[in-house]
Each structure stands twice: as structure tokens, then as C-alpha cells.
Design a protein around this ligand. Structure first.
Ligand code: MCN
Ligand code: MO
Length: 742
């Protein structure tokens, strides 16, 4: 069997030999697009003069809101699956603003030409006549509504909702102590290696879009709604995607402008973001929690009162709307805290719009609750394990105060086992000795509970051809995780065949009938389960075929290791290949089964620790990162471990190095020189253990997700280690050298 084995990824040859095909690698007689972007954070657009730009050799067209927006029957709006849109104030964002620019970098016009270079030259020749107005780039300022960004909304507050549960006043009256906690996540940039990119071709009323996305079907739906073209006449194809980390779930105005231009011109148009454009188009996080925690002397947390302030940037993106809801609902985390009063406030600012980044909402919630745990521990003189043990949920399933149902696990058991297996106390002791010798080293621990497999459904189709070879068409859309290999393992096991007979494909709406896509660490669990269900249907059909060949009842047929057998007469056998062949010669031909599989969310959890060293200049380095996780059944330990490594390195970046710094004008002032994405040099030594005594999800795969875990808990772990190393309190990600030395 294959499940549980660390198989190498099946389709990696092309990646390691440079033969992969990203959007930008697709050869096609397409025109190139580029964008004129606002240089002001907030300004009326009085006039855009494109006449000089049009004179540049090779330029085909320059379009502004006047040409593009009328083509759009709607604009970008939040993802409807998770949100009651009525509780949000937002505008449907069109390709270009008609009246005023609302952030530095906002696209105002699209320049289209024969080659990238003429486009680049022409962009500089477009003259925009601005009338600057006062900008609000800070959340706290925006909340005051002195300057309104979207005048039609009459306020900058998109969302203000209290998340209340239990009896908070009573909890605070009964407290022995009230502890203040602040948790700040600065603005980040997901930075996949491949930036955003799109090619759009409109021909004979049919739109074909090659797109670096995580959600081709959702994008087809959006393009259909926005351009008024039936879904049946739109194909969205996801070629190789060079990472996304949540940032390619949303639709951006650049992409609307490219599609619109291809329709107007009747010629294919392509655009690949430059790294600078990528940094503007995919910013994430940025929120502040301030609260009070009611505690008993023994460490029992009675209640939390607080405010969560979230930056949306200048527009609500497809995905940003999820976060003001999921963060507060996950703040209680794995702990039995039942009295909460958290006001969640999301505001518009004159800054680039906020999108998703790995974990989206769970890193914030985890950071907040783990800061609470660690701070309370310090205030009461308890250690990090005791405080958590005292508050962890002990009976599962458990419904949290906001209605989320935690499915399975042993939270206390995992903490105890994890602390032992990861050598937490030994490391603590070692660090203490090192500090006595004058070395600034520290050890941190944090716990997380993650909600995974949002959906609610996923699609799978299996085709077994007349020679018995297997094609799995999955609705999941892997873009680096290797899920296709894990699904091949699952299906090779389901059919008890050699894995070389299984091929897994995905990502093209003309091939895949339906899909939700890959995000929220859902794919192997929900996509793998959908595939299992389709496999069951195929096997069932093959048994019926064997039964009818032998003229027996289907109950009489047994399948094992590539052979169909008659229970009553072991001499009667048909191989997998034979039955497949018969299937295509019968009256009900073919072995094609499609499934839409639906299930509830599932909750993996774990404890991670880190060792941090700070040098004389205040630069911190994470020396070691150790993880102990219960992710249900592990399908491919090598792939799952790789997720801990990747997320762990990004956690190092978030905790210590990465910040999308904007100046007071809302202008991004970092480049790759100082937006410091960790490399192998900054990567810690990893230890990743998955609990052997795991608690399965109720999915057929028995798995839970792991794709975001280390970035969900890692920042809290590393900040805690930093506190231990320096002997100070830190609440912010990133905590930079200046702050560490202060
Ligand atoms: N896995 C496993 N056993 C489990 C759970 C997972 O073997 N019990 C393996 C899977 O087979 C898969 C990987 O671990 O190879 C992640 O699976 P899963 O947790 O189901 O997550 P998804 O496949 O849905 O991936 C999404 C997740 C998210 S939400 C972000 S953000 C992220 C992440 O994956 N973006 C990534 N990891 C990334 N990795 C790469 N290389 N690039 C990205 O953009
Ligand atoms: Mo994600």
C-alpha cells in the first residue's frame, strides 16, 4: 500500500529540469499589457492624457475607466460562500476608479502594445492630472471617519460586529487578576515565486483565460457574472502555478482590465506582474488586537474582552471579508474559554487592499490566544505548559462558544506527549545555562487548533480506460503542495494497483466539471475523499461487470490485489485489466464516475517549539523549529513534513523579518533588499513529528489538513522564544532588531 509512505512527488521532473509551464511560458501571439498606477494615496483624477503614450512605437491602445468599466456588469465583491454580505459595507470594485485614486499603486489605465518594452515606455508617457486629497493610511485614523475613502459608503468602517458569548461581566467580577494583552500583526506580502499572471483570448463569443489562480471554477463564475458571458462559453485554465499561499484566490482589477481589453480588441492580451506589482497586489495580515483577560490565580482563564481592528486597505477583496469573522470565532482556540466579548472592526485605508496569506485568520486568532496564554503565564508566574494544560478543552467533540464544532482529538494528551517528544524542558534548561554564560538564546512554545477543509464540497472524477489505466480528475488545484501525488497514493490503494497506472489532473474548467479549489488546507482531505468515493463507484461497477460475465449475483464477486474472484469458485478470476476491457465492450460502456463529496470542517492541532538566538546587533535567528502535530491520518509524511518546513520558514519571516512598510503617504517603501524573505541561510533546523496515536477526521481519508499549520502557530512560537532569549515582552510581528535591543 502507498498511503502513509513518503513517496517522492510524481510530477517533479519538469520542475527540476526547467520545463514547467507557468502562464508567462505559454507562447501565443498575444499583446502585452501594463498599468499606469496612481502615485498618490488619495487624489481626484481630473484628466488622463494618453496621446503621447499612443505615439510610442508598438503601442496598440491605452484604455482608462471610460473604455473598460462600461464593459463590466459588476465588480469585484467578497466571496459569498462564507459571508452574509449584508453585514458588510463595500463597493463592487471595477477595473479602474472613475473619480479618484485610493492608494499608491492603484491601476488607473491599461497600456497595450506589441512588446513589454514599448508598454513600459508608454506607461511613463501617460499624464494623469491629479488633485491630491488628504489620505488616511492608518487604521486608527480611518476609524474616526474624518476623511472618507468611499464617499458612497459614508464611513470607512466596513464591518463592526460584536462577537459575544457567555457572561463576560460575571467572569471579570470573579477574576483574581485582569491581564492586558496586545497582539499586532504588521502588513505582509505572500511572495510566491511566480507572480500573478493572465492571458485572455476572446474569440467567437468564447473567452479562454490562462490564469495563475487557485480557484479556476470560482474565477469562471466571477468572469461570467462580471462580463455577462455564460459560463459555458468561458474556459479558465490553470497551468503550472508557482506557489500562491492564499494570494491567488482573489480577483484583481488588473485581471479584469486584461480580459476587457481582449474583448474590445478581439486579440489575445497577456500580463505578468513584475515583482513590484506583485508586492502591491497581494498584501496581507495587518491587524491589532487589544484586550483584557480575566484570570484566576491558578491560571484558569475566565473571560476575554477585546477589540480586533483589521485593515482592509482601500477595497474589500474577494477574500478579505472572511477574516473579520473567522478570527474572532477562532480566538478561543483549543481552550475552554466561554465568556468572550470581542468587537471585530474592519476599516478601509488608503493602502493596497489586503488579501489572504497562508492560514488567513487562523494565524491571527492563534497569535492572539497564544499571546494571551504566554502573557498570563508570566503575570501569574506559571510556565507555558501549565497555563495551557489548565485551559485546554478536555472533552471532544466540543462546540466552541461561537458554534464551531471541534471534531476529534486529545488536546492535553498531545501537549504532554509533544513536550516530551520535542525535548522542550531539556531545551529550556540548556537555554538557561547558555544565558548564564552570556548567550542570548531562548526557547518558546505555542499550541494551535486549526479549522480546515472549508468547502463545503469537492469534486472528483475517475476514468478507467479500456486497458485499465486510471485517470483521476480532481477539483483540487495543487500549486506546490504535491497533493496530486497523495491523491494518486490514495487511489492506487483504493484499487490495489501499481501507482504508475494512476495519473492525476486538475485545473482546467473544460476538463474538470466542477471544483472549489485549493485553500484552507482542505485538498487531500476533501479532494482525496471525493476521489475515494468515485473509486468506490468504479469498483462497484467493475464488480457488477464481473458478476454479469459469470452470471452471478454481484455479492458473489470479490476484489483483491488486481483480481476479481468468484467467492464460490476460486478458479473463476478476471484481472483488473480484463474487467476494464469488458466494460468498454458492454452495452453500458465505460468506467467513468463523478462525485461531489460534501463534509464538515475538521480541526487539526499541535504544539510547536523554537529556539532563537539574538546577536549583538539585535538580529535574531531561529536555530531550531520542532513540531508535534495531530493531523489525523498522514497520507504522505514527506509531503506533510515539507508543509511544516515551508510554513515554518514563512513563520520565521513573519516573526522576525518581513514587513510591508508603507510611509505616511501609503507608499510601499520596501523592495526585496529590505523586505527580508528568509532563505536557506535563515531557515532553522526542523524536526517534524506527526502523532502516531492520531485522531482521524470523519472523512474517508481520515486525514486533517497541514498546509498552513506552521505559519499558523509559528509566529507565536518564535516571539515566545525571543522573549525568553531577551527577557522582555514582545507583542508584534515582526519584532525587528531595533525593538529587540530596546
Ligand atoms: N498531507 C498529508 N497528510 C495529511 C495532510 C496533508 O500527506 N493528513 C499532505 C498533502 O498530501 C499535501 C500537503 O500535505 O501534499 C498539504 O495538504 P493539505 O493540508 O490538504 O493542504 P492543501 O493541499 O489544501 O494546500 C493548501 C495549503 C494552503 S491553504 C496554503 S496557503 C499553502 C500550503 O498549502 N500554499 C502553498 N502550502 C503550500 N505549499 C506550496 N509549495 N505552495 C503554496 O502556495
Ligand atoms: Mo491558504
Amino acid at each position: 500500500s502507498y498511503v502513509g509512505k513518503p513517496l517522492k512527488r510524481l510530477y517533479d521532473d519538469k520542475f527540476v529540469t526547467g520545463r514547467s509551464t507557468y502562464v508567462d511560458d505559454i507562447r501565443m501571439p498575444a499583446l502585452y499589457a501594463g498599468f499606469v498606477r496612481s502615485t498618490y494615496p488619495h487624489a481626484r483624477i481630473k484628466k488622463i492624457d494618453v496621446s503621447d503614450a499612443l505615439k510610442v512605437n508598438g503601442i496598440v491602445a491605452v484604455f482608462t475607466s471610460k473604455e473598460i468599466n462600461p464593459l463590466l456588469k459588476g465588480g469585484i465583491r467578497p466571496w459569498p460562500t462564507y459571508i452574509d454580505l449584508r453585514s458588510f459595507r463595500y463597493i463592487e470594485r471595477k477595473a479602474f476608479p472613475e473619480d479618484k485614486a485610493k492608494y499608491v499603486g492603484e491601476p488607473l489605465a491599461i497600456v497595450i502594445g506589441q512588446d513589454k518594452y514599448s508598454v513600459r515606455d508608454a506607461i511613463d508617457k501617460v499624464v494623469v492630472d491629479y488633485e491630491p486629497i488628504r489620505a488616511v493610511t492608518k487604521m486608527e485614523e480611518a476609524e474616526k471617519d474624518e476623511v472618507i475613502i468611499h464617499e458612497e459608503l459614508k464611513t470607512n468602517v466596513s464591518y463592526k460586529i460584536p462577537f459575544k458569548a457567555g457572561e463576560v461581566d460575571k467572569a471579570f467580577n470573579e477574576a483574581d487578576k485582569i491581564v492586558k494583552v496586545e497582539a499586532i500583526n504588521e502588513r505582509l506580502i505572500p511572495n510566491p515565486m511566480e507572480p500573478r499572471g493572465i492571458i485572455s483570448r476572446y474569440e467567437a463569443g468564447t473567452l479562454t483565460i490562462w490564469y495563475s489562480t487557485q480557484v479556476p471554477h470560482y474565477m469562471r463564475l466571477e468572469f461570467s457574472r462580471i462580463f455577462g458571458i455564460p459560463e459555458s462559453k468561458i474556459r479558465v485554465s490553470m497551468p503550472d502555478v508557482g506557489g500562491a499561499f492564499g494570494s491567488k484566490v482573489h480577483l484583481m482589477p488588473e485581471e479584469l482590465a486584461v480580459v476587457a481589453s481582449s474583448i474590445i480588441l478581439g486579440r489575445p492580451v497577456r500580463w505578468t506582474a513584475t515583482r513590484t506589482e506583485e508586492m502591491l497586489a497581494s498584501e496581507a495580515r495587518h491587524n491589532v488586537f487589544t484586550g483584557d483577560v480575566a484570570v484566576k490565580k491558578d491560571g484558569t482563564i475566565l473571560g476575554i474582552k477585546g477589540k480586533l481592528l483589521l485593515d482592509l486597505g482601500a477595497y474589500m477583496t474577494v477574500t478579505a471579508g472572511i477574516q473579520p469573522l473567522i478570527i474572532p470565532m477562532m480566538i478561543p482556540g483549543p481552550y475552554k474559554i466561554r465568556n468572550l466579548d470581542i468587537e471585530s472592526v474592519a476599516v478601509y485605508t488608503n493602502t493596497p487592499p489586503i488579501t489572504m496569506y497562508r492560514g488567513a485568520s487562523r494565524p491571527e486568532a492563534t497569535y492572539i490566544i497564544e499571546r494571551i496564554m504566554s502573557t498570563v503565564a508570566d503575570e501569574l508566574g506559571l510556565d507555558d505548559v501549565t497555563i495551557r494544560e489548565r485551559n485546554l478543552v478536555t472533552e471532544l467533540p466540543y462546540t466552541n462558544p461561537f458554534g464551531l464544532r471541534y471534531d476529534s482529538g486529545d488536546y492535553v494528551g498531545l501537549l504532554k506527549e509533544g513536550v516530551k517528544r520535542l525535548g522542550y524542558y531539556e531545551l529550556k534548561k540548556w537555554a538557561e545555562e547558555e544565558r548564564r554564560k552570556g548567550h542570548r538564546v531562548g526557547v518558546g512554545l505555542a499550541y494551535y487548533l486549526e479549522i480546515c477543509s472549508f468547502g463545503p464540497w469537492e469534486y472528483a472524477e475517475i476514468r478507467v480506460d479500456e486497458r485499465g489505466d486510471i485517470l483521476v480528475i480532481t477539483g483540487t488545484t495543487p500549486h506546490g503542495q504535491g497533493t496530486e501525488t497523495a491523491i494518486a497514493q490514495i487511489i492506487a490503494d483504493a484499487f490495489q494497483v501499481d501507482i504508475s497506472r494512476v495519473r492525476v489532473i486538475w485545473g482546467d474548467t473544460d476538463v474538470v466539471a466542477a471544483s472549489m479549489g485549493t485553500y484552507g488546507s482542505r485538498s487531500v482531505t476533501i479532494g482525496g475523499s471525493a476521489a475515494i468515493k468515485a473509486a468506490e463507484k468504479i469498483l462497484d461497477k467493475m464488480k457488477r461487470i464481473a458478476a454479469s460475465t459469470w452470471n452471478v449475483d454481484v455479492q458473489e464477486v470479490q476484489y483483491e490485489k488486481g483480481e476479481f474472484k468468484l467467492r464460490s469458485d476460486p478458479s473463476k478470476r478476471m484481472s483488473w485489466d480484463d474487467v476494464a476491457n469488458v466494460a468498454y465492450r458492454s452495452h453500458d460502456p465505460g468506467l467513468v464516475e463523478k462525485v461531489i463529496y460534501e463534509n464538515d470542517v475538521t480541526f487539526p492541532y499541535g504544539v510547536h517549539i523554537a529556539v532563537v538566538e539574538v546577536d549583538d546587533t539585535g538580529i535574531a535567528k531561529v536555530l531550531e523549529y520542532r513540531a508535534y502535530d495531530d493531523i489525523g491520518k498522514v497520507i504522505n509524511p514527506a509531503l506533510a513534513e515539507a508543509q511544516i518546513h515551508g510554513g515554518g520558514v514563512q513563520a520565521v519571516g513573519q516573526a522576525l523579518y518581513e514587513q510591508a512598510l508603507l510611509n505616511e503617504n501609503g507608499q510601499l517603501i520596501v523592495t526585496y533588499a529590505d523586505y527580508y524573505v528568509p532563505t536557506t541561510v535563515e531557515a532553522p533546523k526542523f524536526t517534524s513529528i506527526f502523532a502516531e496515536q492520531y485522531h482521524p477526521s470523519n472523512y474517508p481519508t481520515g486525514s486533517k489538513g497541514v498546509g498552513e499549520a506552521a505559519l499558523i502557530v509559528g509566529p507565536a512560537v518564535i516571539i515566545r522564544a525571543l522573549e525568553d532569549a531577551v527577557g522582555a515582552r514582545f507583542n508584534k510581528t515582526p519584532t525587528t532588531p531595533e525593538e529587540i535591543l530596546k
